[in-house]
Design a protein around this ligand. Structure first.
Ligand code: SF4
Length: 597
């Protein structure tokens, strides 16, 4: 089924910051970590925090210890003081936009202004702002409050950040008509108004809209109301389990939006469930194509294909099959099978690379299932359901890879054996760390580097069938260009997986430097790869097909732009786009080889 995700959906800036603060505190600080009241109105996010040992502090005790995170809604100033007096370390997660309203209320109340706040009675954000306004605060949350407004002289009007714009404007007009001279501060958060405007546009383009979010979330409820007002069918769900496929089957194109407190991994699951559901009106070919792509993605076969494409590209770039030596079993096999060495050599090399990459990638996914549950739930579920089959296939693939390497000769076999041992060591904890023994994969920010080196060795160095000291300058250049290309691939995939990695506390490049910096780094590396591959080819330092590295470099540069806009709910499409870079390289190299021979 075709699904369109709203441009603005899921955690807003303030909620995301508060959530990050809580997860960081639970990972880095000793002692108990609390949030003062539920951090957000979403049961899935709350259960995750509970699983990470973050508890909810409902009342402030006389004495306490540990860290308390103040949520994005903020608290009255007295509550913050009482927490500090009780002995807690307080981390203030109040959203900057809420702080602005609190400060407006505080400053004007001190100057004698009455602070009229349009907001929901009992909402934590409203309680916090009223705390800053003190005795000068006046809450309007219903028509009744509006009618019973006392006479106002010197006053300002403020809005709870998630209020509806139309209602706020209307009530301001009515207050000013009765008591002219008041100052209006429109403090509605533009994240809310953008989200509401976007859902109106989305509803006009699709057959029905699914609104994802907690039942207690006011802004999620408002989104559902807007969809209903638009006349399109609306399904409000808390998780993917609430989806009614009996109702969904009649639609061709479904829109998905989510409230500001809905975690991305919940949206992700809902999206993937709807996408996987066949629509009655979907053409058979589209359905077949999507199912095939999904199968390649969920079985990790698309990663193996990317590895195979890289190995073949390297072989074609580097030149003809190495005929020197004459002792490698593959040459004997070629004459035994009456096959041309130029056919058997690339077949064995590609088989070795593809099987190794498939096996290591899948084993690591199986070991690190925790993060996949958040990043790519359907794939995680598929892997978990076929765990036994995957383990058997991984072992068989590794054996096939080692056999192919043995056939390619002693250098290839020993290089692959070395990488296999490093691959196993990668996930085994043996380095003394600050909390427990750590594995190589736990070293902050190194995963992309390890993967890049492993792929470059397996896809290019091992197939060469020569000891590294006998490899020439041009081949080392190709080796490093492949490593850079794979590094960019891993960095882009880490950007997609950032939320799950953050939840399980994995320190990837995206978590250390931030997603934008990583995308900037990929852009820079892609530009460098493009310039170096073109420059070195034109200077005659490397074989002429090396210039084609410019194609995946330009592709990755373009991908950084699309990744900056949408970073979740699109794992399938985004991962396929990343792996497609290697297929493009192979197609261009094959065409180049055919045209120049
Ligand atoms: S909705 Fe706006 S004001 Fe409220 S937490 Fe999110 S970003 Fe901040």
């Amino acid at each position: 089924m075709r699904v369109e995700l709203a441009q603005v959906a899921g955690f807003c800036m303030g909620v995301r910051r508060a959530m990050d603060m809580a997860l960081d505190a639970s990972m880095r600080l000793g002692g108990p970590v609390y949030t003062f009241g539920p951090l957000i109105h979403n049961p899935s996010a709350l259960s995750l925090l509970e699983a990470r040992g973050i508890r909810i502090l409902e009342e402030i005790p006389a004495k306490g210890h540990g860290t308390v995170i103040i949520r994005a809604h903020g608290v009255p100033p007295q509550a913050k003081e009482r927490l500090e007096h009780a002995g807690f370390d307080v981390i203030d997660g109040t959203c900057a936009r809420v702080v602005k309203v609190q400060m407006l209320a505080y400053a004007h109340a001190r100057q004698g202004y009455t602070c009229v706040l349009i907001g929901d009675k009992g909402h934590p954000e409203v309680k916090g702002i009223m705390g800053y306004a003190g005795e000068k605060g006046l809450l309007i949350s219903s028509e009744g409050d509006l009618d019973g407004l006392p006479p106002l002289d010197k006053y300002i009007i403020l809005a709870q950040t998630t209020q509806d714009r139309e209602r706020f404007d209307d009530w301001c007009r009515r207050i000013l008509a009765r008591y002219p001279g008041g100052k209006i501060f429109n403090t509605i958060c533009n994240s809310t108004s953008k989200r509401q405007a976007e859902v109106r546009r989305l509803a006009s383009r699709v057959d029905a809209v699914v609104v994802v979010g907690g039942r207690q979330s006011a802004n999620t409820r408002r989104l559902a109301e807007i969809v209903t007002e638009s006349g399109k069918p609306c399904m409000a769900v808390e998780t993917e389990e609430d989806l009614d496929f009996g109702q969904l089957k009649d639609f061709k194109r479904v829109g998905v939006t989510a409230g500001a407190s809905t975690p991305n991994w919940v949206i992700n699951r809902v999206l993937r469930q709807i996408e996987a559901f066949p629509s009655r009106n979907e053409p058979v070919f589209t359905r077949w194509l999507l199912q095939t792509l999904r199968f390649l993605h969920e079985t990790n076969l698309c990663t193996a294909l990317a590895g195979a494409a890289l190995a073949l590209s390297g072989i074609f770039m580097s030149g003809p099959a190495p005929l020197a030596g004459g002792i490698a079993p593959w040459r004997a096999m070629a004459s035994l099978l009456s096959l041309s060495p130029n056919v058997l050599y690339p077949v064995l090399s590609t088989l070795m690379a593809a099987c190794f990459i498939f096996s290591m990638h899948t084993l690591n996914r199986l070991i690190d299932m925790e993060a996949s549950v958040y990043n790519d739930p359907l794939k995680a579920r598929f892997l978990a359901a076929h765990q036994g089959t995957f383990i058997t296939t991984c072992v068989l693939s590794l054996l096939i890879s080692l056999t192919a390497a043995w056939a390619l000769g002693p250098p290839s076999f020993l290089i692959l054996l070395g990488v296999t041992m490093l691959g196993v060591l990668y996930s085994v904890p043996f380095i003394p760390g600050w909390k427990a023994r750590r594995a190589l994969k736990d070293l902050p920010g190194t995963k992309a580097i390890f993967v890049a080196m492993a792929w470059a060795v397996v896809a290019f160095l091992a197939p060469l069938g020569r000891w590294p000291i006998f490899i020439g300058f041009a081949d080392w250049c190709i080796f490093f260009m492949i490593a850079v290309l794979v590094f960019m691939r891993s960095a882009l995939l880490e950007v997609i997986d950032v939320q799950g990695d953050k939840i399980v506390g994995r320190e990837t490049l995206s978590l250390i430097f931030g997603e934008n910096k990583v995308l900037g780094m990929v852009r820079l590396l892609a530009a460098l790869l493009l310039a170096v591959s073109v420059g070195m080819t034109l200077a005659g330092l490397v074989p002429h097909l090396v210039i084609l590295f410019a194609i995946p470099a330009a592709w990755f540069m373009w991908l950084t732009r699309t990744f900056a806009g949408h970073r979740f709910g699109q794992n399938l499409k985004m991962e396929l786009k990343v792996e497609a870079g290697f297929i493009f390289l192979l197609v261009c190299v094959v065409l180049g080889r055919v045209l120049t021979e």
